[in-house]
Design a binder for this molecule. Structure first.
Ligand SMILES: NC(=O)c1ccc[n+]([C@@H]2O[C@H](COP(=O)([O-])OP(=O)(O)OC[C@H]3O[C@@H](n4cnc5c(N)ncnc54)[C@H](OP(=O)(O)O)[C@@H]3O)[C@@H](O)[C@H]2O)c1
Length: 262
């Protein structure tokens, strides 16, 4: 590792065991497919079992199906045990499961808030409770949190989703600071718009929209380069990063104007 590389470079996929939570569709499913094609052993989790089994049919020797509801701590425990009993080790965990609903502040409903925060944030803690001690004991491991460029600033309609992702980005920095010296890599993934089930109901133009193939490719490339933050597409994410650097008065004026036109 040189001083420019923040994380271990994950290259040797044929010797890696990866657990992806949220692998039944969208970015997680495509990431699973690309890593399987590179020879990794991939355990795939989500609530819908059919798509998980369909993937395992293509890679019967290297794909393990672990159906779970990530909002239930006992499912984490059971799946983790099953993984240890079957594939014996986990090198990288990708927290990809999430829910999204466009919510403006005057449309808030407690049930929506609970549902979104439970899967987008609390479920990550349920997984970390089990995985962090395991990785610390092994002295090696990787934790990848799929956040979003929506974590960068207060975007319209993201009243619940945005803060859940901002919390994940904060958490990734804490994990990096606390765990990197113990041999654990922490990867923060910030996608822009990707064409998936999650964005299917968006009724606005999504700039720089990517396919799941393009998104998963960017993620794999980020892992291979040992990045901490894997953000894409750059033409969109870098623009948002620039806006974040504006003085607060200018940034808030821009966000107000965005909210008016949303
Ligand atoms: N699409 C975008 O534009 C975009 C942009 C930025 C960030 N992201 C992030 O990318 C990640 C993947 O989203 P996506 O766009 O690919 O959407 P997606 O196709 O809807 O994928 C979401 C995944 O999460 C799983 N999931 C949801 N609730 C779950 C639960 N309780 N337990 C276990 N799994 C659960 C879903 O599986 P089941 O329903 O089968 O459980 C599905 O596999 C998310 O973290 C999302 O926030 C997406």
């Amino acid at each position: 590792m040189n001083w420019l590389t923040l994380n271990p470079k994950l290259n040797d996929w044929a010797h890696k065991k990866v657990w992806i939570i949220g692998a039944s569709s969208g970015i997680g499913a495509e990431l699973a497919r690309q890593l399987l094609a590179k020879g990794a052993h991939v355990a795939v989790s989500a609530r819908r079992q059919e798509p998980l089994h369909a993937l395992a049919c293509v890679y019967p020797d290297t794909c393990t199906v672990l159906p779970m509801d990530a909002t239930r701590p006992e499912h984490w425990q059971a799946c983790f045990q099953q993984l240890k009993d079957t594939i014996h080790a986990i090198d990288l965990v990708v927290f990809c499961a999430a829910d999204y609903k466009a919510v403006r502040p005057w449309e808030l409903k407690a049930d929506d808030v609970k549902k979104i925060i439970e899967i987008n944030l609390n479920a990550v803690y349920y997984g970390l409770e089990i995985l962090v001690p395991y990785f610390i004991e092994r002295g090696v491991g990787g934790i990848a949190l799929v956040s979003s460029v929506a974590s960068y600033m207060g975007l319209p309609k993201a009243t619940v989703y945005g803060p859940s992702k901002a919390a994940l980005s904060n958490l990734a920095e804490i994990l990096y600071a606390e765990l990197r010296d113990r041999g654990i890599g922490v990867y923060l993934i910030n996608p822009g718009f990707v064409k998936t089930r999650l964005t299917a109901s968006n009724d606005f133009h999504m700039p720089a929209l990517l396919t799941t193939e393009q998104a998963a490719h960017q993620i794999v490339q980020g892992f291979e380069r040992g990045k901490f933050e894997i953000h894409f597409p750059k033409r969109f994410s870098l623009g948002l990063k620039l806006v974040r650097l504006l003085p607060q008065r200018a940034r808030l004026a821009m966000l107000r104007s965005l909210a008016r036109s949303a």
